[in-house]
Design a protein around this ligand. Structure first.
Ligand SMILES: C[S@@+](CC[C@H](N)C(=O)[O-])C[C@H]1O[C@@H](n2cnc3c(N)ncnc32)[C@H](O)[C@@H]1O
Length: 281
């Protein structure tokens, strides 16, 4: 039986292996090295060339995002940012540049190997002093209540079986009035139940754990967030969808059948949104 615990163990194993092998050789999600060439991420509007010039190669090669949350989080000097599922640290580096020496950025990820890479990344970028890392699942993170001004996350929450717990935790670690800036993957429209079961049976990349958009935003609101504001929303193009369906790469995650991928074309949506923690009395 597939339980939440063994789904998490499977996902962690994939990202650990990917980090250990420095990214592997195949096509990957949206960002990073792809058959389309290293500038794919920039060309697809995830990161500008100027932003990429700030990011050490390890973090870029291991980047597996579907957006650029620091690009729309409106980060201010001196703020504290927590990156849920930071991977090898691409957004930690970009956030650190935005909040400056008086700010702080904490990356959280359950893959110890990814965190090891992220530590290398910030060391190379000369940002060790103002960054910190926690190896942890996102359902319960060892951070105090109300520490963060902003929580960011890039293509991670779709992978989490218990999305309610992740958003409750984001709420807990944010200050009252704190902000969320999230890139993620959801479904729009009806997905054939058999296809869905097949995606779920291998927790296929970033589509196996995706849920319907309405339900997703109900979870965000139920956790206590308001003022939800879309920054962008687009159906994944066929090439993006193929990469996403076996993220972090085909040598780590079984590739779903071509017909199954084709059957969800236009229904797998990349979302980027902001929201804020409603002030609690
Ligand atoms: C698709 S990658 C994105 C990494 C990074 N945000 C980026 O943009 O490159 C997903 C990351 O989330 C982490 N992750 C997935 N599920 C997690 C969970 N339940 N708890 C903590 N980390 C998780 C993985 O280890 C991986 O590093």
């Amino acid at each position: 039986m597939t339980t939440e615990q063994n789904i998490e163990d499977i996902i962690k194993g994939r990202y650990d292996a990917c980090a250990e092998r420095g990214g592997g050789e195949g096509a990957v999600c949206c960002a990073g090295e792809t058959p389309a060439g290293p500038s794919f991420a920039a060309e697809h509007g995830l990161y500008s060339q100027q932003e990429l010039s700030l990011v050490p190669e390890t973090a870029f090669t291991l980047s597996r995002g579907c957006g650029n949350p620091t690009g729309f989080a409106d980060l201010q000097l001196g703020e504290t940012v927590v990156d849920l599922g930071c991977g090898a640290g691409i957004d930690v580096v970009l956030a650190a540049h935005k909040v400056g020496a008086g700010g702080k950025v904490v990356g959280v990820d359950f893959s110890a190997h990814m965190i090891e890479r992220a530590r290398q990344t910030v060391a190379e970028a000369g940002l060790t002093e103002m960054t910190g890392f926690v190896v942890s699942g996102l359902g319960r993170v060892e951070l105090a209540d109300g520490v963060a001004d902003v929580v960011i996350s890039n293509c991670v929450i779709n992978l989490c079986p218990d999305k309610e717990a992740v958003y409750r935790e984001a709420f807990r670690i944010l200050k009252p009035g704190g902000r969320l800036a999230i890139s993620d993957i959801v479904y729009a429209g009806k997905i054939d139940s058999e296809v869905r079961k097949r995606f779920q049976s291998t927790w296929a990349g970033c589509v196996g754990g995706a849920i319907e958009e309405d339900r997703y935003f109900q979870i965000v609101q139920d956790a206590g967030f308001g003022a939800v504001e879309f920054v962008a929303r687009h159906p994944l193009e066929p090439a993006e969808l193929e990469g996403m369906a076996c993220c972090p790469g085909p040598e780590f995650t079984p590739v779903p059948a071509r017909e199954d991928i084709a059957s969800v074309e236009g229904k797998v949506i990349s979302i980027k949104f902001r929201a804020s923690k409603r002030r609690v009395p």
